[in-house]
Design a protein around this ligand. Structure first.
Ligand code: NDP
Length: 332
């Protein structure tokens, strides 16, 4: 039941791990569509920092490996057992291999059908928010329960995930202490909900946290920088505080002796978004919530630049060099 699907398409992939030079944008076989799969012709795909971990080998993958994990697009083929989707359905989904013209997705995977009337703007917005906004929503709901007035320390506060965290934390009642590397980034974090600002290029992060929290430290810290900031973060949480360590922008956190958590009875989590979306019920719940939040403007998504698929390398070059704010999007 497929309209003419080509045998090859353009995809961004790697054959080996390494620097930006291992990124390829070339012809690649269109993925096979199994009996329970649908084939999506992608329209927009999000750029996420996680791709750099797969490229560098911080996270493992089989090669060749097509990058990308979120997109919106249109169903152009389906396997014989598929019941939830039809050809021409508009969809938004999380799955590996979205930096490509076509992606094959299991119908029971992390995919949601969108109304036929879904506008181009909405297709952009959903592709720009699936991972980063859902990360903020799930982590703020599940990793630590915010009490009104809690101080929350947030790194990379003007990035894609960061701008979402600012808003979700603020609406949960937290007082956000934002860390970013420039004044312009901090101003943006403030516009999205941060109350206190720390410039990591000029300020002593720990001293500032203690100043803002009357010497006590924060209730919760969301640390995606990893290696360079873990020790500061551990020092910056208060007694019985929680550390949500969720990224490796500066490298993986060094192995630690659990005894380091004892002096302050600190809770430490190292969650992944997918770990909160493990069942179809969880996916249904959070994908519905995401669409409501974005449609209702309760979480604003700043798409700072849209690149063609052929320029993914430029996009991630800027992202990895800390030169971007908000979300980078790929138009396919
Ligand atoms: P961002 O748009 O936030 O970009 C990364 C930002 O990290 C940079 O702009 C920079 O901000 C900051 N940064 C700090 N140190 C470094 C460094 N040494 N090199 C590069 N950047 C650095 O990216 P995303 O929104 O895509 O992701 C943010 C973080 O959240 C990433 O670490 C990502 O892996 C993590 N993440 C984890 C998830 C999970 O499931 N565990 C899900 C989603 C995201 P500044 O210059 O202000 O310091």
């Amino acid at each position: 039941a497929a309209t003419a699907i080509p045998s090859t398409h353009k995809a961004v992939f790697i054959r080996e791990t390494g620097g930006l030079e291992v990124l390829r944008y070339e012809d690649y076989p269109v993925p096979k569509v199994g009996d329970n799969d649908i084939l999506v012709k992608n329209k927009y795909a999000g750029v996420n920092f996680i791709e750099s971990y797969f490229r560098k080998g911080i996270y493992p993958s089989e090669k060749p490996y097509v990058l990308g994990r979120e997109a919106t697009g249109i169903v152009v083929a389906k396997g014989q057992n598929v019941t939830k989707f039809d050809l021409n359905d508009k969809v938004a989904y999380i799955c590996a291999g979205t930096l490509a013209q076509y992606t094959s997705v299991n119908e029971h995977g992390k995919i949601v059908r969108l109304p036929e009337s879904t506008s181009e703007e909405k297709l952009k917005l959903y592709a720009a928010s699936l991972i980063q906004v859902m990360t903020a929503v799930t982590f703020v709901r599940e990793a630590y329960t915010i009490q009104k007035g809690d101080f929350a320390l947030l790194y990379a506060a003007a990035g894609g995930a960061g701008l979402a965290f600012n808003q979700v934390l603020k609406s949960a009642g937290a007082r956000v202490i934002a860390v970013a590397s420039t004044g312009a980034k901090l101003q943006l974090a403030q516009e999205y909900g941060a109350e206190f600002l720390i410039n990591s290029s000029t300020d002593d992060i720990l001293a500032k946290v203690l100043e803002y929290t009357n010497g006590e430290g924060v209730s919760v810290a969301y640390d995606s920088v990893g290696k360079d900031t873990f020790d500061t973060t551990l020092a910056a949480v208060k007694r019985k505080g929680t550390i949500v360590s969720f990224g490796n922008a500066s490298g993986s956190v060094d192995p630690l002796h659990i005894g380091r958590l004892t002096p302050k009875n600190v809770k430490l989590l190292r969650p992944s978004l997918l770990g909160y979306l493990g069942s179809e019920e969880e996916w249904d719940f959070y994908s519905r919530q995401l669409i409501e939040l974005v449609d209702g403007g309760k979480v604003k998504v700043l798409i700072s630049k849209v690149y063609p698929l052929s320029e993914y390398k430029q996009a991630t070059t800027a992202l990895e060099a800390r030169k971007t704010v908000g979300k980078l999007l790929i138009e396919i």
